[in-house]
Design a protein. Structure first.
Length: 530
């Protein structure tokens, strides 16, 4: 008898005809106009994932039982890896097919696309490298059970349910530590870190690095370094620390060997960290590698669009606006093709494209893309969701460039009315909107109001991310300009000097540097003419 038949049996009750019907019924309750199309895309992705899972399970079995090319121990590792994959997929399907499924439809396709790779379970070197599961059968069973619970937490995170995932990951971490199995403990800490705020996450991820080292799991270490560097840089503004850790992260990647998924995650994190620090040329190099690796793994995976989008942001900041437009149009098309025309990610990409077009001076096109983003968000998220603030602030910039000061003022006022209560007065989004508001007042020949807002932005930056942040030159340049408009050149001079110095230390577009330099030139000229 063939020894590897019936290996798809575990799919029963996880992803079969009744579960598919339950999922369709749950998502049909959504009021979204694209619910049917989203459900069709989702079931097709889950069908493909289940088929790959079955093929991998058969191949693993045949390598040992038919070809005699693989040890029973490696077979156990491959099967355990596939069991974890099925557990995460099952947890995701349970959530989507449950009573809250309709509320999760926005994230459903993207979450399924981010399910862990089936193919990674074929990588013998990666499976054999970490400390193996315990020899004791009862302990091995406990490790498997903990792994299944951790897979559920990971699935919930992908669906945006971090509040539900946090306690699960924390409990698994505690039990894995007591069990003394470092690889599982480190993985649980990595998952737990994804649910924690910036005040707690660093300690958790540092502990995860120790567990990865104890478990000889270099791939896990790479992913932990990626998350630690990203969050310390983006959330704390500690760019020097992030840069100092890159050497250790690169060393872990070299030890991990052929680890494309871990490398894609690390390159994206390094690129994002460099972008946050204003080191755009270095960010570009990391992001281009992230895009290359991600495309080689799966050209339809969301990480491809993520890398493309960030590269478009680098292009926008450096004034390479034709390149930015090309990349961001690709991102819009990617999400339209994979998620449908009314998805949140389409709105995000349309907003980014609108900003690039605004900077390019293509104002009618910019307004069209920004209005599309705003309409998608209003329709799918409601009129007060924080996402709307991005499109509103950028629409204010377009209206300002078109000389429509009243309309610009209304757009940015609405952005602030959404962002300030939700995010707090010192959030970077709020600071950006305050600068936009100040720009509008300055253009409307109201320098007193403009100066008050630029000073508010400067003070907020000083309290939070520091005055070396890439946003700071906007506040300093604006302060210099409004003080000049008030005839206060001596007070304007140090602000203009600071703005020019900060611009010189980053790699922003020429027009941004020119604006700061012009303010400095005007201040010096006014003082010479006295």
């Amino acid at each position: 008898a063939a020894p590897c038949q019936g290996l798809d049996a575990p799919l029963a009750g996880v992803w079969d005809a009744p579960r598919a019907a339950a999922l369709r019924a749950a998502l049909a309750a959504s009021a979204r106009p694209d619910a049917a199309a989203t459900t069709a895309r989702l079931t097709a992705r889950l069908d493909a994932y289940a088929a790959r899972w079955t093929r991998a399970r058969v191949a693993a079995c045949e390598a040992t039982a038919v070809q005699r090319a693989q040890s029973p121990a490696l077979l156990d590792l491959r099967m355990a890896c596939l069991d974890r994959r099925l557990a995460e997929a099952g947890a995701m399907i349970d959530a989507l097919a449950g009573p809250d499924g309709a509320a999760l439809i926005e994230r459903a396709i993207d979450a399924v696309a981010r399910l862990p790779s089936i193919e990674a379970c074929d990588d013998a070197a990666a499976l054999l490298a970490p400390v193996p599961p315990p020899a004791d059968a009862a302990a091995r069973t406990q490790v498997a059970a903990l792994g299944a619970r951790l897979a559920r937490a990971s699935a919930l995170i992908k669906l945006g349910q971090t509040d539900a995932a946090g306690p699960i990951a924390a409990a698994v971490a505690d039990e894995a530590r007591a069990l003394g199995h470092p690889p599982l403990y480190g993985e649980a800490l990595l998952v737990r870190g994804a649910t924690e705020d910036k005040a707690r996450v660093e300690a958790t991820l540092r502990e995860a690095l120790t567990a990865a080292a104890d478990g000889h799991d270099d791939r896990l270490a790479v992913m932990v370094w990626a998350d630690l560097i990203f969050r310390v840089s983006r959330e704390h503004g500690r760019h020097a620390d992030a840069r100092a850790w890159e050497l250790a992260a690169e060393a872990a990647l070299r030890r991990a060997g052929d680890a494309p998924e871990a490398e894609a995650r690390l390159r994206q994190a390094l690129g994002d960290a460099r972008f946050a620090a204003g080191a755009y040329a270095e960010a570009r190099a990391q992001l281009e590698r992230a895009l290359e690796v991600a495309t080689a793994i799966d050209p339809e995976h969301p990480r491809v669009a993520t890398a493309l989008r960030r590269l478009g942001g680098v292009d926008t900041q450096q004034g390479r606006l034709d390149d930015a437009r090309r990349r961001l149009e690709q991102v819009v098309a990617f999400w339209e093709r994979t998620l449908g025309p009314d998805h949140h990610h389409v709105a995000v990409a349309s907003n980014d494209l609108g900003l690039a077009l605004q900077k390019q001076g293509a104002l009618p096109e910019a307004r069209r893309h920004l209005e599309r983003a705003l309409a998608i968000w209003e329709r799918t998220l409601g009129p007060d969701h924080v996402s709307l603030g991005h499109a509103l602030n950028n629409l204010a910039l377009v209206a300002l460039a078109q000389g429509e000061h009243a309309q610009a003022r209304a757009f940015v006022a609405r952005a602030l009315a959404i962002w300030e209560p939700a995010l707090g007065p010192d959030h970077l989004n709020v600071i950006a909107a305050v600068v936009t508001e100040a720009d509008v007042e300055l253009a409307a020949a109201r320098p007193d109001e403009a100066c008050a807002r630029y000073e508010r932005a400067r003070a907020a930056l000083a309290r939070t991310v520091g005055l070396d942040h890439p946003y700071a030159p906007y506040a300093f340049t604006g302060l210099a300009e409004c003080l000049l408009a008030q005839g206060r050149a001596a007070e304007a001079l140090p602000h203009a000097e600071r703005a020019v110095a900060l611009r010189a230390a980053t790699e922003v577009a020429a027009d941004e540097r020119a604006r700061s330099q012009a303010a400095l030139d005007r201040a010096r000229a006014a003082l010479r003419d006295r």
